[in-house]
Ligand binder design. Structure first.
Ligand code: AP5
Length: 210
């Protein structure tokens, strides 16, 4: 099963993708995580992507499509995959079709902008292993320390209040139209993302037929 996870920045796509990979036993690709790793490692991709990411803009489609093509060709994707953060605009959604990637289901996490702004203020991430926490909904066992690898947690560069507002603007202008794209194909299911992390996960599991 090939699944696309849709939703505004901070809706919980990464949190739920990690849980769905375990439930479905298929890999997930987070284009955001891959880009952040490239920035950390100082690769050519990272150097090109950084400015766009820091301002909350989308990284050029050609760079994203290259990452996704490589991921989809890996043997791990033979039984399906989860795309978290891609497609991000209609051009990327159409490019998946052109590549012959048959998306079975688009799961849209629904949440208001006000709730997003609050969530982003609470998010802490591990710069080493990428694990995501929330100081309110999903706190680490020890303040500001990653449960998995013990590194000090940080606030993501693009979680600054003014950047979050720009990311929301970009989401509504460029990404939201994808909801209609998949609805028209009869592949869209929506889930209330304001529930607890566990309840959102149960709703998503139901949506994929588990
Ligand atoms: P990306 O990393 O994809 O950012 P995003 O879509 O803005 O999503 P986030 O990672 O911010 O949030 P999320 O929905 O995964 O939520 P999370 O689970 O962390 O992209 C970053 C940048 O890369 C983009 O701005 C762009 O520049 C570039 N980029 C990436 N993909 C691209 C593409 N395809 N094309 C072009 N550019 C691209 O949860 C958020 C917080 O809420 C956490 O603290 C979490 O613990 C908490 N939380 C989660 N669920 C709940 C819940 N149910 N209740 C309470 N709290 C919750």
């Amino acid at each position: 099963m090939k699944i696309v996870l849709l939703g505004p920045p901070g809706a919980g796509k990464g949190t739920q993708a990690a849980k769905l990979t375990e439930l479905l036993q298929v890999p997930a690709l987070s284009t955001g995580d891959m880009l952040r790793a490239a920035v950390r490692e100082g690769t050519a991709l990272g150097k090109e992507a950084k400015g766009y990411m820091d301002s909350g803009a989308l990284v050029p489609d050609a760079l994203i499509l290259q990452i996704v093509k490589e991921f989809l060709q890996t043997p791990a994707c033979a039984n399906g995959c989860i795309l978290d953060g891609m497609p991000r605009n209609l051009k990327q959604a159409e490019a998946l079709d052109e590549l012959g990637v048959d998306i079975d289901l688009a799961l849209s996490l629904e949440i208001s902008d006000d709730e997003i702004v609050r969530r982003m203020g609470d998010r802490r991430v591990c710069p080493k292993c990428g694990t995501v926490f929330s100081v309110t909904a999903n706190p680490p066992q020890k303040d500001n320390v990653c449960d998995k690898c013990g590194d000090a947690l940080i606030i993501r560069e693009d979680d600054k209040a003014e950047t979050v507002l720009n990311r929301l603007k970009v989401y509504h202008a460029e990404t939201e139209p994808i909801i209609g794209f998949y609805r028209a194909k009869g592949k869209l299911k929506t889930v209330d993302a304001t529930q607890t992390i566990e309840d959102v996960n149960k709703a998503l599991a139901g949506a994929v037929g588990l």
